[in-house]
Structures are given as C-alpha cells and as structure tokens.
Design a binder for this molecule. Structure first.
Ligand code: ADP
Length: 373
C-alpha cells in the first residue's frame, strides 16, 4: 500500500517567494499521477516536499494515512529519479545501483540479487561494469531508474526525467516508464512541463499554474472538460482555438457572433449560454474539431484565410485567420492548400467549449460523476 495525500499544502521559500499554494492532491495506491504545468509553476517544489527535500510551510503530507511533514527523507520510503540522473561518476553502474543499499547495511547477496533483477528489467545488465561516462543519455537514465527500483520504495518520484533526452528516445523512454509502472505495480508521481508526456502516461493529471492547482482528472477528462481556459489551452496540441464572440439569441436559439461569422450553438449548451446573452465570451474549439468544407458558403461555416501550411505527414496543420482573429485547424493530409487560399471550416458545435471573459472559468459544467472519466 502507498497512498499519498496532500492537504492544503503550501510552500513559501526564504525571501517570501510563494511557490505552492493550498495544494490538495490524492495519489491512490498504485496510481500514476503526473504534475504538469509551465516552468516555474511549483511542480518540482511539490515533488520535493513529498520527498522531504524541502520543508513544508503549511498543510499536511500523509503517506498511507501517516503524517510525514517532519519525517526525514530516508525514512519516508520514497525513491526519486532526477532530470540530471545524479549518478556518481567514479562508480560503475553496479556500484551506483548498490550504493544506497550498502549504506542501509543490506547484505551482499540481497544487494546482488536486487541489482541484477533491476538491471534485467531495464535491459542494462551488459553495462553493469561500465562507468556512467561510457553510457548514452538513455542508458544513464535507466541506471538512475534502476537505482530507485533496487530500493523497493513505496513511492517513486520522477522529476522531469526525460527532458535531457532527444525526441525519439523520449518517446521510447515514455513507453518504458509506463511499462515499468505496470510491472512494478507501484505508486508513481511524475513531474513534467510536457503535456504529451502527461496525456500519454498518467492515470491522473494535476495541472498547475503559478503555484496553484488548476484542475485534476484523467487525461481525457481534462481534454474533454477543461475547467478553465488555461487548462483548455495547455492540454492538446496544436492548442484549442479561443475566439472572442458575442452571444446572441434569435428565435429561441443561441448564436455566436464574431463579426465575420455567425454560428448556431448546440441546443444542449443553450441553458448555460443564456445568461451571457449580448455579452462577449471565449468560444473554444479544438483544431481537430474543425471540418473543411468545399462549399465556401456552407451553413454554420467559418470563412478563413490560410496564413501558414504545415504538412506533418499524418495530418496537416493550417494556420488561419478570420478578419480579426487567428485560428488553427488540423486537416486531412490528402487535401492540398496554399497560403492565401480562402477556405471554409465547419466547427463541430457539440465539441465547442465556452469560457467567461473575466474569470476564464468554463461556462459549461463538466458532466456529473465523471471527474476522472
Ligand atoms: P517548476 O518545477 O514548476 O518549474 P519550481 O517548483 O521549481 O517550478 O519553482 C516554483 C517557484 O519557486 C519558481 O518561482 C521558482 O523560482 C521558485 N523557487 C524554486 N526553488 C526556490 C528556492 N530554493 N528558493 C527560492 N525560490 C525558489
């Protein structure tokens, strides 16, 4: 069992910098939870407080129901993997992995067994006698993970472990860490600024901004039901489009008026849009929820001019503009477009999301009982 709970946890660094404000997080036993957000938003600080490397200014940290605030790091039964690997350069891979166990006075045979077992899981057995400088970045990262595994911790913490690797290796290591999670059946908390890592690896994502948790939920819950404009824009790539539009009511239906287009909204959204009648809101629509139409005057279409064409192979990204606002669409690569073309895209209005201009909170409530769906 290894359940981690943060209750109203905050961190103020010496000199008064508030890095984390009122963090409430539950990491269930065996769950893979990812803290994600832009650089400087407080994710590493939260992780370091869990590890015991930073003092907790306020609130409570519980592991399996036990208060950990003042328990020294070595007694928390947690292992952390760092971005820079933090390997000892003068020790071999074997010694690097065994070192922590030796200090704990675990017997030699047991150490040998654990090191070989971890090396086998990570496919680094043939490097055990090498020094870290004779390894590639990916191999070093595996050793750093191996050093965590041999300790058989209750909880694994990862602090941006893949950011020093090239793009291809990152994709591979991502899959390896996910596989490792399934194999070890362990509780893992992973920090990254990369929303793709969060989406692909997490059971549950915690989105941070400026030291505050913005939303917690499964990857698809956050993608489908972002609680605010920040989360909507952060999760998904290319990001969701946000257009300033005015809500108008005509013949019992609600429309969005942008000036250069007018869209009829989904009837299911009417009850939430009603109170914004004649007001400006943000209309959010993902690039993948825009469908190209050959008919330039298609009903509920948006007329746009192409400013950039990015053919990616599997799909093509088009950067577009209305008379006054920019947009991005994801299209079928078999369609050919060129800069300057006038095109029409029809948004899937049932996928539209709406945000208050002032609070930037979602206007549509998430479906009930589906917080982690
Ligand atoms: P992230 O991991 O999301 O990039 P951090 O948790 O490292 O962010 O940092 C959060 C905030 O706390 C930042 O504003 C950062 O400058 C500040 N910070 C981090 N470490 C310290 C420190 N030791 N002393 C003072 N401020 C710090």
């Amino acid at each position: 069992m290894a359940k981690v709970e943060l209750k109203g946890v905050g961190k103020v660094y010496e000199g008064g910098v508030r890095a984390v404000d009122n963090a409430n997080i539950v990491v269930e036993d065996k769950e893979f939870v990812v803290f994600v957000g832009p650089s400087g938003c407080g994710k590493s600080t939260t992780l370091r407080m869990i590890a015991g490397l930073e003092e907790i200014t306020e609130g409570e940290l519980l592991i399996d129901g036990e208060l950990m605030n003042d328990v020294p790091p070595k007694d928390r039964n947690i292992a952390m993997v760092f971005q820079n690997y933090a390997l000892y350069p003068h020790m071999t891979v074997y010694e690097n992995m065994a070192f922590g166990l030796r200090i704990k006075k675990i017997n030699k045979d047991e150490i040998d067994k654990r090191v070989h077992e971890a090396a086998r899981i990570l496919d680094i057995e043939k490097f055990l006698e090498r020094k870290p400088k004779a390894l590639s970045g990916g191999q070093r990262q595996r050793v750093a993970v191996g050093r965590a595994i041999v300790r058989k911790p209750k909880v694994f913490l990862f602090d941006e472990p893949l950011s020093n690797l090239d793009a291809k290796l990152r994709v591979q290591m991502r899959a390896e860490i996910s596989g490792l999670h399934r194999r070890l059946n362990a509780t893992m908390i992973y920090v990254t600024h990369d929303q793709v890592e969060a989406m692909t690896m997490a059971d549950k994502i915690v989105v941070y901004k400026d030291g505050k948790i913005q939303q917690t939920g499964s990857p698809l819950h956050l993608y489908n039901h972002p609680g605010n404009k920040f989360v909507a824009g952060f999760i998904g790539s290319p990001p969701m489009n946000f257009l300033t539009v005015k809500v108008i009511q005509e013949d019992g239906a609600f429309f969005l008026n942008e000036g250069s287009f007018k869209l009829k909204t989904d009837p299911e959204h009417a009850e939430y849009l009603k109170k914004y009648t004649d007001k400006d809101i943000y209309f959010g629509i993902r690039p993948e929820d825009l469908t190209f139409s050959e008919d330039s005057g298609a009903p509920n279409g948006i007329s746009l001019k192409i400013t950039v064409v990015e053919p990616l192979g599997a799909d093509t990204t088009l950067w577009l503009s209305t008379k006054t606002q920019g947009m991005v669409a994801r299209t079928d690569p078999s369609l050919t477009f060129k800069i300057g073309d006038e095109v029409c895209f029809i948004p899937r209005m049932e996928k539209a999301r709406y945000f208050d201009r002032e609070t930037e909170l979602t206007i549509l409530p998430p479906p009930p009982h589906k917080q982690y769906a």
